[in-house]
Design a protein around this ligand. Sequence first.
Ligand code: PLP
Length: 389
Amino acid sequence: MRSPSACRRNLGRTHVRQDPDMTDTITPAGTAPAPLQFAVTKNLAAKTTAQREQILQDPGFGTHFTDHMVDVCWSERGGWHRPRVQPYGPISLDPAAAVLHYAQEIFEGIKAYRHADGGVYTFRPQENARRLQRSARRMALPELPEEYFLQSLRELIAVDGAWVPSAPDQSLYLRPFMFAKEAFLGVRPAKKVAYYVIASPAASYFAGGVKPVKIWLSQDYQRAAKGGTGAAKTGGNYAASLLPQSEAYAQGCDQVVFLDSDGNIEELGGMNILFVKKDGTLVTPSSDSILDGITRNSILDLARDRGLTVETRAVSLAEWRDGVASGDITEVFACGTAAVVTPIGALKGAGFEDEQPTGELALSLREELTDIQYGRREDTRGWLYRLDD
Ligand SMILES: *Cc1c(COP(=O)(O)O)cnc(C)c1O
């Protein structure tokens, strides 16, 4: 049984199969699937312009949400279907929905930026689309075609574009996510899945200026394991990081840095880490449990274009601590979509606390990157993608 909207998207293509929901599954590899036909239901209780403006005065991060959300269903039999834009609100789930028991879930994080000409752009969304597909493979979820991912962002901006702030360094944080909604307590990949996109206006992370963070080295806990799910953007990795994060707070630190299964530096659990050497070389850890950050990769590209050497390789704790002690390491910073670049001011672990050197490179790369994202500097690499035309 399908709602009428389930059939709406494939009008004109139904000559191939009687069941319009089957058309995605027979799209030949390498060709773009036909666009989804979203059914749009406007939120009658949408915030007024005045209410929205008031929220955008001080949006914080992740606490306010726009008026609508995107919702697309997937089933083993029907593929992607019933694409909708509907009022933002609670999701109704069967208590046996697999995600609630076995954490079969993935997500993305990407921002929309308002440029001076009023246009709304996002940054390298194709990379997020591909990463969502890689996360899906690891978590045995269906791969959302890249075109559908891009379309889902555009559909949401089409109704909620006014929520993209125009204040300097504010943005609209977009959160696409996918989860197993099939009601079944047996353990196997779910045959019914939901994909959503919600959006939340985000303040400039460092409204009062960029402030170096103090980080706690987690030696008792890891966030991910070799062969595990560390490289997938999945909720379970975050669940595993919460207890060590509480430990960090108790130690007077802001964030945690994790070690991988080989005892090398991994990442902060929500941000990747980079080291700057005295000669300007940028080093970032490589390990199969690291989440491949788009901010990190973009920063490495900017650094290469500046003529700096970039190394992606294992970094031991000893290399870090000795490098700081000897002056061979001149800066350490973390990066990710939410905070962009965060200098690390101190590393604390069991029985030691190392002050970290601070320099100019992290902030200058941050400025170059955000200038591109906000349209203040020419985008020579084709990184920007317009969402509102
Ligand atoms: C999302 C995420 C990052 C940062 O990735 P970006 O693409 O730069 O936002 C780093 N580590 C983890 C664990 C993440 O989930």
